[in-house]
Design a protein around this ligand. Sequence first.
Ligand code: C5P
Length: 230
Amino acid sequence: MEPIQIAIDGPAASGKSSVARLLAARLGFLYVNTGGMYRAVTWLALRRGISASDGPALVEAISSGGIFFDPGASEVLMKADGEDAAAFLNSAEVNAAVSVVAAAPEVRRILVAMQQRFAEHQDVVMEGRDICTVVLPRTPFKFYIHASEEVRQQRRAAQGLHDSISKRDALDQTRATAPLDGAAAVEAGAHWIDSTALSLEGVIGEIVGRMKDRGLVIDLGRWTVTRRPE
Ligand code: C5P
C-alpha cells in the first residue's frame, strides 16, 4: 500500500511547523521539517567556517559524514558533526544564513533525495517550501499555508526569536532553484489556506476536511486514518 504523504508549504512563520508537527503527532505519521534540514546544514557550515554560498564545499561536508539525519518514530533527528543540532537550529546566526545555503542547487539535490526517501515507505507530514512542487509532486494531499506579513512578524516576536522573515522570504522567492511560489504550489494542486485569522486547530480542521474530500477516512476520536475503499 502506498504511504500517505501530506505536503505543506508556506512562507516563514506562517505557522506550518506547528500545524505539521501536531497533525503528524495526532495521526501517528513521521514529521519531516525540511527547513530544519537546511538549518542543520547551515549550522554545520557555521561550525566549520564554510561559506554559506559555497555549494560544492557544503556538499563535501554533508557527504563526508558531517550531517546525520535519522528518521525516528515521530520525527527526524538531526546531527551535525555528531552533535544534536536541535538547540541551534533557530539561532539568529542560522536564521541569517539559511536562505543562502538553501539557494545552492547542489545542496538541494542531496536534501531533496533524502526527503523523498523518508516518505517512500512511511506515512509523513512534510513541510517546507518546495514539497508540493518538487519533493512530493505526486501526492494528492497538498497544502499551502499563507498568513499576512504582520501576523507572521508578530508570531516570531512572540516566540522571542530574532528572525528577519521578510529578508528570508525575498531570498526564498527569488532564487533560481525551486523558489517559494504559492501560485506554483496551487497550480500543482495545493489547497490554499489563509491562516491569518485562524487558530492552530482551525488550520488543522481545514486540512483534515480536505483530506476526507480527497479519499481518506479519518476517525477524529481516535485520530486514525485509512484510505476509502475504491
Ligand atoms: O521552514 P523554515 O523557516 O525553518 O526554513 C528555513 C529556510 O530553509 C527557509 O527560509 C528556506 O531558505 C529553506 N527551505 C527551503 N526549502 C525547504 C524548506 C526550507 O529552501 N523545503
